[in-house]
Design a protein around this ligand. Structure first.
Ligand code: UT7
Length: 344
């Protein structure tokens, strides 16, 4: 173990933040011209008014690079300072290599470990918990964690049940070991229940089969390569509200804190009605919850870091404030992190 990093007392801090949204904005009205929906339905059932969509040649790694570079600049670091790079994504550029490898190369980095996390919309929350543990154990001093998605590439644009819900974007944080023991990332809690996996899923494009005996190799590829999101929306909604209520209670208990200690709730942005239900359970005034779903729609693993970056850029974060991040995702995978904000 690197002796520089081997401090059991080390705390992990968010040192820099970044975000990126593709230029193209699609309004609800534009969608209503494509499928049988309306601005009124989308606003009232989801809170969404618009979403950003990638350009034809813009990939998840490109979004991730832009958010990651902004976070590095914000932290006052360069890519050579990094000890690891992690991309949380459910829309990787390729099956392999990991999107994190592509981002590392595009940012000009080399040598340090880079890998992807797949926990769908909970990917950033999972990543924060995973990296905090690794950093506390002494493995890394500076890490770039990015949530990046081009959900528009896996949406069935003829399915009004799902196509109105998603958007593209990327959010990033630089995590660094620090010596301010009063602040930093606190305990996280993570969960998964695969029994629910069929309620929200996107079947994968890699449906090739190993060649059977006597079969020609060319028959081994399924050229259709279609992968689209399928969701049983109201069942997901009901379970999401319950599980998010439970996980918030659990993470507060794990950190010996009370509901009233929370300064900011930074939730995954899937549906404004889920956000309102969670805030109600916490007795949290809506002014203390970050809402970006209206502008970004559901950007999956990018939604929590994009919301955090939004709050930061507005000057909303003050030293010592308590932040609660939470997400619920296909899998089902869900979780929450608590952070005491350490930047002055
Ligand atoms: O990020 C991961 C976690 N994801 C979530 O948490 C999403 C959870 N689910 C939801 O946000 C909501 O369930 C939806 C927004 C997806 C749907 O809202 P809902 O209030 O649960 O509506 P519903 O599915 O019960 O559908 C109500 C009606 C149906 O018509 P009928 O059967 O009552 O005639 C749907 O066909 O709304 C119809 N509908 C639409 N109408 C206009 C569904 N989608 C649309 C649409 N435009 N885009």
């Amino acid at each position: 173990m690197n002796p520089l990093l081997a401090s059991k007392q080390a705390t992990v801090h968010i040192r820099g933040l970044g975000g990126y949204l593709p230029e193209r904005v699609m309004s609800n009205d534009e969608l209503a011209a494509m499928v049988d929906t309306s601005d009124e339905w989308i606003r009232s059932r989801t809170g969404i008014t618009q979403r950003h969509l990638v350009a034809p040649d813009e990939m998840t790694a490109d979004l991730a690079c832009k958010a990651g570079k902004q976070a590095l600049d914000d932290a006052g670091l360069i890519v050579a300072d990094l000890d690891a790079l992690v991309v949380a994504t459910t829309t990787p550029d390729m099956i392999f290599p990991a999107t994190a490898s592509i981002v590392q190369a595009k940012l000009g980095g080399q040598g340090f470990p880079a890998w992807d996390i797949q926990a769908v919309c909970s990917g950033f929350v999972y990543g924060l918990a995973q990296l905090e543990g690794m950093m506390r154990a002494g493995m890394f001093r500076h890490v770039l964690l990015i949530g990046a998605e081009s959900m528009s590439r896996i949406v069935d644009w003829s399915d009004r049940n799902t196509c109105v819900l998603f958007g593209d974007g990327a959010g990033a944080v630089v995590l660094s070991i620090g010596d301010d023991d009063a602040c930093g990332i606190m305990r996280s809690v993570l969960h998964c229940d695969g029994a629910y996996r069929e309620l929200l899923m996107a079947k994968h494009a890699n449906r090739g089969r190993p060649p059977q005996s006597g079969q020609s190799v060319s028959m081994n590829v399924d050229a259709a390569g279609v992968s689209a999101i399928h969701m049983r929306g109201n069942e997901v909604f009901r379970i999401a509200v319950n599980k998010l209520g439970e996980v918030v209670t659990e993470v507060l208990a794990a950190n010996a804190m009370k509901k009233s200690d929370i300064d900011w709730l930074i939730p995954h942005q899937a549906n404004i009605r889920i956000l309102h239900a969670t805030a109600k359970k916490l007795h949290l005034p809506l002014e203390r919850m970050v809402i970006t779903v209206d502008q970004h729609a559901n950007t999956s693993s990018a939604s929590v870091p994009l919301a955090l970056n939004h709050l930061y850029r507005q000057g909303g974060l003050k030293y010592g404030q308590v932040l609660l991040l939470e997400a619920f995702a296909g899998g089902f995978a869900w979780g929450a992190n608590m952070i005491r904000w350490s930047r002055k």
